[in-house]
Ligand binder design. Structure first.
Ligand code: NI
Ligand code: MN
Length: 226
């Protein structure tokens, strides 16, 4: 699998011949000013919830790339209202097969409203399984006992967990989450984008190392095999 970080909670994962993009928030992200949204190519677009810091560039990218889109029912309905096709409404607990393998929509403890305050459905994460490997994208969430169910669904190669605290799990809870999902290779997200989620990344890496785990923090625009 190949992983590219586009800042905040936005990743592109290349798996089993498909490119899956998660939660694009690029044009409003000052730290990602060197990324051109129009250069991004994807076959799938997965959206974890309706907050602006997760869907800011979703419509632009969907219009450019015509991906299959997976989102909760309310967010999916909103996207269909933007004349987008190939939208798959899903919800927590549901699974669906696609070209790359399958996705299961996992619970997330968070909120989910659109910028105008209207209801954005339930927030979620995603468990992706494929012939090439498996991974978990937590979405914005608190540490949750439900994460202990993830290893029943798949043995993970890596997981993408929020670590920025204040609005989601912080580093200490993400280390416990890594135990719950039984995967010691963690890619951090949702940190340093805004002042309230600024963290000391070196301290975070040391904490993970001391817990026998690896915290991978990519530069924005960086790609690596994983
Ligand atoms: Ni959020
Ligand atoms: Mn967020």
């Amino acid at each position: 699998m190949k992983l590219t970080f586009y800042g905040h909670a936005c990743f592109l994962v290349e798996v089993s011949g498909s490119k899956i993009l998660f939660d694009p928030f690029i044009t409003p992200n000052e730290n990602a000013s060197h990324i051109n949204v129009n250069d991004i190519d994807c076959d799938y677009l997965f959206l974890s919830h309706a907050h602006g810091d997760h869907i800011a560039d979703a419509v632009t990218i969907a219009q450019n790339c015509k991906p299959e889109i997976v989102a909760n029912y309310e967010l999916a309905t909103w996207l269909q209202g933007k004349e987008l096709s190939n939208v798959h409404p899903m919800n927590q607990g549901g699974s669906k097969a696609f070209d790359f393998g399958s996705v299961k929509v996992t619970p997330a403890i968070h909120s989910s409203s659109f910028d105008d305050g209207s209801y954005g459905g339930n927030p979620c994460g995603f468990l992706i399984t494929s012939n090439e490997g498996n991974f978990y994208y937590s979405g914005d969430t608190a540490l949750d006992m439900n994460m202990q169910l993830i290893p029943r669904g798949a043995k993970l190669n890596f997981s993408i967990l929020c670590i920025g605290d204040t609005f989601t799990m912080g580093v200490d809870d993400a280390i416990i989450a890594a135990d719950f999902v039984q995967c010691n290779k963690v890619v951090g997200m949702h940190f340093n984008t805004f002042p309230p989620i600024k963290i000391n990344t070196e301290d975070a890496k040391v904490k993970f190392r001391n817990a026998g785990k690896e915290l991978i923090l990519l530069d924005i625009g960086e790609t690596r095999d994983i």
